[in-house]
Design a protein around this ligand. Sequence first.
Ligand SMILES: NC(=O)C1=CN([C@@H]2O[C@H](COP(=O)(O)OP(=O)(O)OC[C@H]3O[C@@H](n4cnc5c(N)ncnc54)[C@H](O)[C@@H]3O)[C@@H](O)[C@H]2O)C=CC1
Ligand SMILES: O=C(O)CCC(=O)C(=O)O
Length: 529
Amino acid sequence: MPKVLISDALSETAVQIFRARGIDVEYAPELGKDRDRLIAAIGEFDGLAVRSATKASAPVIKAGKNLKVIGRAGIGVDNIDLPAATAAGVVVMNTPYGNAITTAEHAIALMFALARQIPQANESTHAGRWEKNRFMGVELYGKTLGIIGCGNIGSIVADRAIGMKMHVIAYDPFLTDGRAVELGVEKVELDELLKRADIISLHAPLTEQTRNILSAENIARTKKGVFIVNCARGGLIDEDALKDALDSGHVAGAGLDVFAVEPANEHPLFGHERVVATPHLGASTREAQENVAIQIAEQMADFLLRGAVTNALNMPSITAEEAPKLRPYIKLAENLGLFAGQLTETSIRAIEVVYAGAAAKLNTRPLTAAAVAGVLKPILSEVNVVNAPVIAKERGVAIAETYRDDAENFESVIRLRIVTERQDRAAAGALFGATPRIVNIKGVEMEAGFAPHMLYVTNEDKPGFIGALGQTLGAAGVNIATFNLGRSAPGADAIALIAVDEPVSEAVLARVRALPHVKQAKPLTFNGW
Ligand SMILES: NC(=O)C1=CN([C@@H]2O[C@H](COP(=O)(O)OP(=O)(O)OC[C@H]3O[C@@H](n4cnc5c(N)ncnc54)[C@H](O)[C@@H]3O)[C@@H](O)[C@H]2O)C=CC1
Ligand SMILES: O=C(O)CCC(=O)C(=O)O
């Protein structure tokens, strides 16, 4: 039974879903705040479910010896070391939509709070000061809202702002003209947004490009009297520059839900009369927390129990419906990769996977990842479908997928071609029912299953060879389970793929290699990697 650790405060519904799906779950939100205890505990779990308090750093991932999936009940994954997770073969998934409305509403709430100084007026009224003349606000109606980052949340903010009769301009390098028209926003460059916006609302992720996107220089380019709202990530604003601009009155107010360092127990902006601050509450509504808890628990359970991959940041998606259908193809692709990888002795330059027939209509990215993982496994033991494409890229191995309608004699064929420094190697396989079988090696037709222990022999096609090989194996006490033979033409080189009951020792291999006409003899293993 898979085990999942929940190390942040997630809705109880997540626990119920894991249990109902037959997953052993431990709810320990205190561990998210205690790195050492988390590292001590994580080793026994297959899954880790977090919000933002848990830092799933490289040491945590390394300590997760059984870890297969980290689920973020929310959007931003900046608390998860994605490269470390990918390198360790751990799938990282999030819930990209579950808290988007809630966060957009929080941004709108902060706009109103700034425009009408609601928190300040609230405090003054509670203090019995009835300062009616102190709190002169501004209308949002007719004002220009500048959205930086117009994705899920930015689009919802735009929609609500348009409903309030604001004019919305957006800066987002990935926003298409068509989408901008659909949303009713005016697409602009950053400079123009800074110049024109009465209110700026940030909804971009924190990346190297967006860090300090509101730098001192960019803040200086904004309209005098601008309001700034940040419900995305703290690092998007240069906080010292913002303080200077608030002190000088250039920025009329800032509504901040997020801070460069969190939790922010003290901060130079705290207590500032023009700042409205909330402790990263953007996603904190009952609805959003229920949504993200349900989504992450379902996604993680689907992955751990059925192999379905949804909203992963480091692996292609596989729906729960297609997971069982893809499983035998994944096995076939991986075995073809293992076959080619075990025979490859020089450095690999390119891997091409050709999908023919019905296979060409499948979601082939996970299959290609499995084939690449198979090829790399004999060299790198820690490789799997999550990290294989990244590792291949790091090593300069080009990966290509091609598709063909015709699979000739089969419903589907997967053909793998490996280009190394010295040669081109190709092998093709097909499914017989759900069983993967190899059907072609280097252009030679073949028909063999993949067994835990195999022997691959190439030889000149001469009479008497098969008998000599059988005798050598028999004399060594090696029992042959299946014997498959192929050749492209009489007299041309022949290939034998022999399944044996136990591994063939080096001594027996030497005897096989010494037989007349043998060109190559290699032991192969499948499954046992
Ligand atoms: N305060 C809170 O509690 C919450 C904060 N968030 C944060 O809100 C942010 C946005 O979330 P979503 O809208 O769901 O993400 P999203 O991925 O749907 O949208 C982000 C948008 O930013 C754009 N973008 C990327 N680089 C950019 C750049 N250099 N300049 C301008 N735009 C750029 C992208 O093209 C994309 O359209 C994330 O950082 C997320 O972590 C999300 C949920 C809750
Ligand atoms: O879980 C939370 O409260 C934070 C949500 C958030 O920042 C996100 O989803 O990116």
